[in-house]
Design a protein around this ligand. Structure first.
Ligand code: ZN
Length: 391
């Protein structure tokens, strides 16, 4: 297990290795970037390195060799010693991962019963501030990793300031955040920022197919496309069977593209809303502390993103643009939609964008989707008696 197992985050590696080589390690790091790109994996690897008493010199990965920091010899945990074995087993006493669900282990019953929407001051006090002053159990160092630091409320961030500024010797805090603007300026200024970037889609697809080896190649490719460079996101889409869902949505769009006789626009929204509800449910199952509204919004957002791809594919076809189709597996649907012509397709894409912006502004989820489908149905051509039903 190497620190460089975390791939495509060259800048993060350079910042960390340069600091290690300079022997002026920051006390606090802020790992910022999208979810599912290796932030926590690198935080844990760095913790291993800091807690291992006999780190070893390693080579830069080939992809990073040509970089200007070749004067720095990178180091990594040895992977052999007693500390490394405890770390590998996840039982090292000097590494603590702080997360919002820790409230369930808090001594105060009232705090245990709360929904962990935020990473509150009580969790931070009990699991970090009260423990940071004690000596490391194994004598070398102590590392606290704070997951979802964007969920620290202002009180919790303020309570953390002293620990961030002047932790006891040998103590390192690593805050992981997906949203830098949720961090107070006082928090940011006390941490070394380590930026993380979205992963390349081919790498996401390659890793996703390794981790979900039973999944068909076109399903993996589709999940990787929708995940915006997040391996975690791609795996979620695979686990939620988004591909099977979008195949069904595609069939509904084919009907919308060329409505058969007797087609009623009122029936359009139903199947989409049911599936968006299903996505919301799995979102809520993964995070029981999420609010119902947030889960439903997340389901609706995924639906909108998938629909937008169908219309963009169709627009590219209608404008004779040679772009690769996201929905190449449903070429008949794309061709049928392309028949709407550029102005209508542009309009449909605008309607989808507007629905998304309503969701961003906390509009009612079901109402937003209903409005969207009424407007999409208005764009559809009149039902034609001669048209075949099945496409
Ligand atoms: Zn070691």
């Amino acid at each position: 297990m190497s620190i460089f197992d975390v791939r495509h985050q060259d800048r993060a590696h350079r910042i960390i290795q340069r600091a290690l080589a300079s022997r002026r390690m920051p006390h606090a790091y802020l790992f910022a970037g999208p979810e599912g790109v290796g932030r926590e994996m690198l935080a844990v690897r760095l913790a291993h390195l800091l807690l291992c008493p006999s780190p070893v010199e390693v080579d830069w990965p080939t992809a990073m060799e040509k970089d200007a920091v070749t004067d720095v010899r990178p180091s990594a945990a040895c992977g052999q010693c007693a500390d490394c074995r405890l770390l590998a087993a996840g039982t090292h006493p000097d590494l603590a991962v702080i997360h919002r669900q820790l409230n369930r282990q808090h001594p105060d019953a009232l705090i245990r019963r709360q929904k962990a929407l935020f990473l509150g001051v009580d969790v931070i006090r009990h699991f970090l501030i009260d423990r940071i002053g004690t000596r490391p159990a194994r004598g070398r160092a102590k590392v606290f990793i704070i997951r979802e630091a964007e969920r620290l409320n202002d009180a919790a961030q303020n309570a953390l300031l002293k620990s961030l500024e002047e932790p006891p010797p040998g103590t390192t805090l690593i805050l992981i955040t997906a949203s830098l603007d949720q961090m107070l300026p006082t928090t940011r200024s006390r941490c070394q920022l380590v930026p993380f970037v979205a992963l390349p889609a081919p790498f996401v697809a390659e890793q996703a197919s390794r981790l979900r080896s039973e999944t068909a190649a076109d399903e993996v490719r589709y999940a990787a496309h929708h995940a915006d460079g997040s391996l975690g996101g791609a795996l979620r889409y695979i686990d939620d069977s988004l591909f099977a869902m979008k195949r069904e949505w595609g069939k509904q769009l084919a009907i919308l593209a060329r409505p058969p006789a007797g087609w009623s626009a009122h029936a359009l929204a139903g199947p989409f809303q049911e599936d968006a509800g299903r996505l919301a449910k799995s979102f809520a199952q993964r995070d029981p502390d999420v609010s119902d509204t947030d889960a439903r919004r997340e389901g609706a957002r995924t639906l909108l993103a998938v629909l937008a791809d169908f219309f963009r594919d169709a627009l590219a076809t209608a404008s004779a643009c040679q772009a690769e189709r996201v929905n190449a597996d449903q070429g008949d649907v794309i061709d049928a939609l392309a028949g709407w012509g550029q102005p209508k397709l542009g309009d449909a894409i605008r309607q989808l964008a507007q629905a998304e912006s309503w969701l961003d502004r906390n509009a009612h989820v079901e109402l937003t989707l209903e409005t969207l489908f009424i407007r999409l149905a208005r764009l559809a051509p009149r039902p034609q008696p001669g048209r075949a039903r099945a496409l």
